[in-house]
Write a protein that binds this ligand. Structure first.
Ligand SMILES: [Zn+2]
Length: 163
């Protein structure tokens, strides 16, 4: 489940809850994550920060073999308890790279969903199994770490349909 009630965060000392996530993301093939999160209530906002590491199975764009891709990224997410941005989109960019997600009055935060979305945003744009890919083409380090084009990523998410 991995859902956290906002009132539980507020009951903690300093209104800060430590949450350790150690589970699979079932929607993504072979995806296991470990996350150490600090969830803090700041008046009208909830801030979640922490480190995530794990692994996900991807399919190589060149040779089509599956390979394990190591994940390592930071979480820095802010939620608004009340609906502040009704007239705008659900996610409002405050400053470069920082987003506020509107909870729309929800009383809990879905950590599983947060991590699932974060993995998708942190997948590489070009998925190549390694510099020794048996297509034999040279892949620069740069090719393997481009994260820019978010829409492109969504087209290539490996999803398990066999359940
Ligand atoms: Zn390959």
């Amino acid at each position: 489940m991995h859902k956290i009630l906002i009132e539980d965060i507020e009951r903690e000392p300093n209104k800060t809850l430590h949450y350790e996530f150690d589970d699979e993301i079932e929607e993504l093939e072979g995806c296991k994550l470990n996350a150490d999160l600090e969830i803090k209530s700041l008046g009208d906002f909830i801030e979640i920060k922490g480190d995530v590491s794990g692994v996900v199975t991807l399919e190589c764009d060149r040779c089509l073999n599956k390979f394990d891709y190591d994940l390592e990224f930071d979480i820095d997410e802010t939620y608004a308890k009340r609906s502040l941005y009704d007239e705008y989109s659900q996610e409002v960019e405050l400053q470069s790279g920082q987003f506020i997600t509107d909870l729309n009055g929800e009383k809990e935060i879905d950590i599983y969903d947060l991590l699932y979305q974060s993995v998708i945003l942190n997948l590489p744009n070009k998925k190549v199994c390694g510099i020794n890919c048996n297509e034999g083409l040279f892949v620069s380090e740069e090719d393997m770490v481009i994260h820019d084009d978010r829409m492109d990523i969504f087209k290539n998410i490996p999803i398990q349909n066999d359940k």
